[in-house]
Design a protein around this ligand. Sequence first.
Ligand SMILES: [Cu+2]
Length: 222
Amino acid sequence: MFNDATNYAQQVDEVMLFIVISSVILLLIVTVAMIYFVIRYNKKRNPVASQISGNTKLEVFWIAIPTVLVLFMFYFGYAIFHESRVVPKGALIVKVVGRMWEWKFEYNNGKDSKELYLPSGKPVKLELTTLDVNHSFYIPAFRIKEDVVAGRENYMVVLPQKLGTYDIVCAQYCGFHHSLMHTYLHVVSNDDFMKWLGTKDSLESNNRFQEYYPVKKLLAKN
Ligand SMILES: [Cu+2]
């Protein structure tokens, strides 16, 4: 379950596990108490109901425990969120452009690509924009997802630390071909990244943008 594709993927998994385990424990406690009360206080065993006016100690206990638990969940979640929002100095900046129904990545030397290439071990700021409707940029293996909102610039910070190819998907329903809005992230060594960045395989070689866009053309085809 745990993975170390980024600096915080493992932490996200740990928080998730913490939340799941504490929820399961609470569920068991509540369920067992419920079953106990149903049996212990049914009509046969307890024909006359007794009135209880309250129990301060018990009430403080069941307010304090969940409050502490929720604060813990918030703290761990926020700490990781914070990491994904603070842009470290010298971060590589890549522009991510969403569009019905695909992604485009622009590097500051003018190169653009349909698949995202990132060097391992270097912090990256992904600047998220859309040319049309709202999308959501999601890298499941990195445990990170950020809305790409029309008319607004959003961003995310990642530190890839394991070579490999990962899925990138759109996580916000954005129309007819939303499910096809998928591409790949290649985390490569720094040398390979520099080599790739220097080569020219531009959008012209891959015309899916034109194929799907504009929408009118697409609808006419069907
Ligand atoms: Cu989308």
